[in-house]
Design a protein around this ligand. Structure first.
Ligand code: NAD
Length: 350
């Protein structure tokens, strides 16, 4: 019965994964949802505390680089679908430590597909391997143009190279071993529960604490931003309606130069914190550029829009306000996730 599923979601204690888990657990009581996560610095079970006792939710602490354990879990629970989000996800960390990105993002993905093939034994009915990836696989754009599903890959950072490699392996497993798969490449996400090393939560947190706002280079880098819940909804649609062997690009049609985004955020924060206009902006400091920094990313999301009817449900201003409110209301979460290790890492970076 396809309305009863055993779904393995990896990385469900992380930022995007936690929103996907919550959506699936609440929306599909007939599905058994297994959240597999190694709980690295980026994974935090606090993110999904509200659903941890739901009868259709199960947590498995495991590392996807551990092939043997992954196979054992597959055999034991007989997952019929995988939504694979677990990854090392931070570009700056990939510059200082690229190898772990190959281990988790490439080898980890292979381990999951191997376990799926071994368990499914050529019976692919109602089976799916859904690989979540990023628009960064396409490299960088000039002033104009958009990434489409057919844009050539040209990753520039060890992070994006590892994601591009994993996308290629998923495609190759589809062609070689007939593994049913879909891939989606999404633009920059923002929203509640994002680890405060990424731009928006980092800056919200720094403004609260009156710390410098470190802006790379000239601040003219352009990114396309999507509210995390809209990504989760896109994942739900692609999982259920996406065509086998397809790639979908997901984006907000919402391009911002970093500096403009930061100024908007500063304005919102001044108001929320009852500070004088310009107080937050005064914290901006320009720092040395990141090596291999991509100038501009922008997604053409017309395929998912036309084929599956998806579009973002909130505007950037609405999403940003919700995000700021969430961080202001959850100082304990920030304190809990920003451990001693993170403090050391942060000091080395900036
Ligand atoms: P995140 O860093 O917040 O979470 C990653 C999760 O994976 C964490 O819970 C972590 O504990 C877990 N994990 C890491 N290594 C693991 C391992 N070896 N075994 C098991 N679990 C492990 O990342 P995120 O921002 O939520 O991103 C999720 C996925 O979406 C990633 O694949 C990322 O490449 C992709 N993506 C992210 C964005 C974005 O803007 N954040 C955009 C597009 C695509």
């Amino acid at each position: 019965n396809p309305s009863e599923k055993n779904i393995l979601i990896t990385g469900g204690a992380g930022f995007i994964g936690s929103h996907v888990i919550r959506l699936f657990v609440n929306k599909y009581p007939n599905y058994k949802i297994f959240n597999l996560d190694a709980l690295t610095y980026a994974g935090n079970l606090e993110n999904i505390k509200d659903i941890e006792n739901a009868p259709n939710y199960h947590f498995l602490k495991a590392d996807i680089t551990d092939a043997k354990t992954i196979k054992t879990l597959f055999q034991k629970h007989q997952f019929d679908s995988v939504i694979h989000l677990a990854a090392e996800s931070h570009v700056d960390r990939s510059i200082s430590n690229p190898k772990i990105f190959v281990d988790t993002n490439v080898t980890g993905t292979l381990n999951l597909m191997e376990a799926a093939l071994e368990t499914w034994r050529g019976n692919f009915e109602n089976k799916l391997f859904y690989h979540i990836s990023t628009d960064e696989v396409y490299g960088t754009l000039g002033e104009t143009g958009l990434f489409t599903e057919t844009t050539s890959y040209a990753p520039n950072s060890p992070y994006s190279a590892s994601k591009a490699a994993s996308n290629h392996f998923v495609r190759a497993y589809g062609e070689t071993y007939k593994l049913p798969y879909v891939i989606s490449n999404c633009s920059n996400n923002y929203g509640p529960n994002q680890f405060p090393e990424k731009l928006i939560p980092l800056f919200i947190n720094n403004i609260i604490e009156n710390k410098d706002l470190p802006v790379y280079g000239d601040g003219k880098y352009t990114r396309d931003w999507l509210y995390v819940l809209d990504h989760a909804k896109a994942i739900d649609l692609i999982f259920h309606k996406g065509k086998n062997k397809s790639t979908y690009n997901v984006g907000g049609f919402n391009e911002w130069q970093n500096i403009d985004l930061i100024k908007l955020l500063c304005e919102i924060m001044d108001e929320k914190l009852n500070r004088s206009k310009g107080d937050s902006e005064a914290l901006i400091t320009f720092i040395k550029d990141r090596p291999g920094h991509d100038k501009r990313y922008a997604i053409d999301a017309s395929k998912i829009n036309e084929e599956l009817g998806w579009e973002p449900s909130v505007t950037f201003e609405q999403g940003l306000l919700k995000t700021v409110d969430w961080y202001l209301q959850n100082p304990a979460w920030i304190e809990a996730v920003v451990s001693g290790n993170y403090q050391d890492y942060y000091k080395k970076q900036y």
